[in-house]
Write a protein that binds this ligand. Structure first.
Ligand SMILES: [Zn+2]
Length: 285
């Protein structure tokens, strides 16, 4: 797929993860780098042929499909990698992404490209260039943000997903349900000429997509409530039956949003938790 001009000096390479490009004074800033070398190499070659050098990389958050091309660019001489302080920690020490997911040192089946990007050696910077306006979008991950370019193009990271993805995945990945929902509402109020969804590409308006994402979270919450009472493990395997996972690592990946939904229901006094015969038991209030 080719580089797409959006507006002014803002471009994207559409793909599994949209990669953003912002040009300034014959330099480029890259917004997220895809899951591996494949996509980012295209961006690098395209800019290189035009005599444009990459001045820095802005990572909206630490996930492997947004930072997997960082190391390729670092090997090509890029030194300035920017993110939020909390995401920066995971970008610098990516094995912590799965350690957090697993709860301690993760087994080999979790040390995969899908979950752990290749680490960079550079220190992650937090002083994002002023002309790229950072708007915090926590919830999907702890310290994710979006970027508004001076052309009024907003890169919304994983704040919302395309309709297709929402339909395919009944449990959208996130770590904090309350913030995930607040971020979606915030996105709806952002005034941009174009939105770039990391997974969903270019949009002019996003209201309908936001509504669909919110509905998906609400459905997941109701589904859990419908399955109660029961042990947390039992409810989780019922939910997994609906998702249809095939690999061991998917068990741990999906448990992150599932546990977040449980925390949310507890915080809203919708359910209560008790330890019974060494099982965590959940019931409606
Ligand atoms: Zn993500």
């Amino acid at each position: 797929m080719d580089i797409l001009h959006i507006s002014g000096d803002t471009y994207i390479l559409p793909g599994a993860t949209s990669i953003g490009i912002y040009l300034i004074d014959s330099n480029a800033y890259i917004i997220d780098t895809g899951i591996d070398e494949n996509q980012i190499r295209k961006v690098y070659n395209y800019l290189n042929e035009k005599g444009i050098s990459i001045k820095g990389v802005i990572n909206t958050h630490c996930h492997a499909d947004h930072t997997g091309g960082n190391r390729f660019l670092e090997k090509k001489g890029v030194r300035d990698f920017y993110s939020s302080n909390i995401e920066g920690f995971f970008i610098r020490y990516p094995s912590m992404i799965t350690a957090f997911m697993f709860g301690s040192l993760p087994p080999k089946f979790m040390r995969i490209k899908m979950l752990i990007p290749e680490a960079i050696e550079s220190t992650v910077r937090y002083d994002i260039p002023e002309f790229l306006r950072r708007i915090d979008l926590p919830g999907h991950s702890w310290g994710m943000f979006g970027i508004m370019t001076p052309d009024n193009v907003f890169f919304s990271a994983d704040g919302i997903y395309s309709e297709d993805i929402v339909e395919k995945h009944p449990l959208l990945f996130h770590v904090n349900t309350e913030e995930f929902l607040e971020t979606m509402k915030k996105l709806e109020s952002i005034n941009a000429d174009f939105f770039v969804l990391s997974h969903g590409g270019l949009r002019k308006g996003i209201s309908a997509t936001v509504e669909k994402n919110i509905k998906s979270v609400e459905n997941a919450l109701s589904r859990i409530l419908d399955l109660l009472p029961g042990t947390q493990d039992k409810i989780y395997s019922e939910i997994l039956n609906e998702i249809g996972i095939a690999k061991e690592w998917e068990y741990y990946l999906n448990r992150v949003p599932f546990n977040s939904l449980i925390t949310y229901l507890l915080s809203k006094d919708r359910i209560r938790v008790s330890l019974r015969e060494n099982f965590i038991h959940l019931e409606k209030i």
